[in-house]
Design a protein around this ligand. Sequence first.
Ligand SMILES: [Fe+2]
Length: 143
Amino acid sequence: MTLIQWNEELCVGINQVDEEHQQLVAIVNQLDEAMTSGKGTRIMGEILAQLVQYTKVHFESEEELMADANFPDLDLHRKQHRQLVQKVEKFQRDFNHSGRRITREMMDFLRYWLANHILVDDKAFGRFCTSAGLSPTRVLANG
Ligand SMILES: [Fe+2]
């Protein structure tokens, strides 16, 4: 069964953020799938590395949008992002150094954190943008 089922409720209403969230959810689901189906450690290690990397990319992009929009809760939000990055990096260290296992606890933590963060904190940013009449997109370097 899919760990996190993507649905409308998870949409924050900012296209870029929603697309990146779907990507993040897809990676978490892949990791869960790999764990439950007993995939080899090499594959799990690769997915975990992808999760760490994409988490950072997405958070950076979200924080950039928040800064552009002058979102008042940016500092707090940044702190929450930093805590999750530290946590997934710790998962990765544990995976690499102690038995190379992904545990059910890790997956439950990720599922809970991600869904809760999107539903509560990222949606607050979505509402802020709606009420301020903003539809933020990242300005690409060559755009
Ligand atoms: Fe966020």
